[in-house]
Design a protein around this ligand. Structure first.
Ligand code: DR9
Length: 248
């Protein structure tokens, strides 16, 4: 039972409506970072790691806001919304990072949400083992997604599939989560078949990337947790709060 193309297009357009403009995401993060720096004295400037954490924190805020504004997500009980977000926040961050690289990243450099670019070689020369491996794996995935010509519709579907995960323990309204997962999955399948009829396995290829997104996101959490144990994470951040929700 495949949905007719027009209703599929309408459904995907609805999902896309919730997507913020990159320019708005960027300027919000930049404004907040500047504000943060302005409150500090000359000798109290944030180091690179702290700036990156603030950047990630702001990005995470935006992603949580995005989820909470999704009509399909709002239908869920607040408790279910909480457990879903606590379980997938790092995957959403990684997916967001990947998509930004596919859209704007140039080969050999990382495009940050602020619009700044950093050479991958620079990062690899400054980073420790864990961060290096993280960045390398993310770059490999970016190459694969670029080769697949991931479009905005496909990206938003992947975001929904990550968010509406019925495998999350203690979800109460499992049927609703499953229903949305299936609906988005079908929309993604129809979309890839209609827009890339010559690429019969694009749908499968996209889904096969999700386990690697998951695996990278677990590494991100592990990396951040280790820096947290060293006392490096800024307190009062959403990032830290989400990290703790899992370790309690
Ligand atoms: C776009 C989403 C917002 C996220 C913002 C952060 C994006 C992170 C994505 C890629 C990483 C970019 C790294 C920039 C590095 C700047 C120069 C550098 O290499 O600094 C080294 C510094 C310390 O490295 P280390 O922790 O390995 O310690 C080395 C040790 O001292 C010597 O052995 O690294 C940083 O400052 C990195 C900060 C990373 C913050 C991570 C936030 C992660 C959140 C989401 C990431 C999403 C996906 C990332 C996939 C790569």
């Amino acid at each position: 039972t495949s949905d007719p193309p027009s209703s599929n297009t309408a459904f995907l357009s609805e999902l896309l409506l919730g997507e913020p403009e990159e320019s708005q995401v960027c300027s919000r993060v930049v404004v907040n970072l500047r504000r943060e720096q302005a409150t500090r004295g000359k000798h109290d400037r944030l180091n690179t790691f702290s700036i990156m954490c603030k950047m990630a924190d702001q990005t995470l805020f935006g992603l949580v806001e995005w989820a909470r504004n999704c009509a399909l997500f709002k239908e869920l009980k607040v408790e279910d919304q909480m457990v879903l977000l606590q379980s997938c926040w790092s995957e959403l961050l990684v997916l967001d990072h990947l998509c930004r690289q596919v859209a704007y990243g140039r080969d050999g450099s990382i495009y940050l949400v602020t619009g700044q670019q950093i050479e991958v070689s620079t990062v690899l020369s400054q980073a420790g083992t864990m961060l290096s491996s993280l960045v390398s794996r993310a770059q490999d995935l970016v190459s694969k997604l670029k080769a697949l010509h991931l479009d905005r519709q496909e990206f938003v579907c992947l975001k929904y599939l990550v968010l509406f995960n019925p495998d999350v323990k203690s979800v109460q309204d499992l049927r609703q989560v499953e229903h949305t997962q299936e609906r988005v999955n079908r929309a993604l399948m129809n979309h890839t078949q209609h827009t890339h009829p010559g690429h019969s396995d694009k749908f499968g290829q996209l889904l096969l990337r999700l386990p690697e997104v998951r695996s990278i996101s677990l590494l991100v959490e592990e990396y951040l947790y280790q820096r947290h144990l060293l006392g490096d994470l800024p307190c009062n951040s959403l990032l830290t709060e989400m990290l703790h929700a899992k370790h309690t």
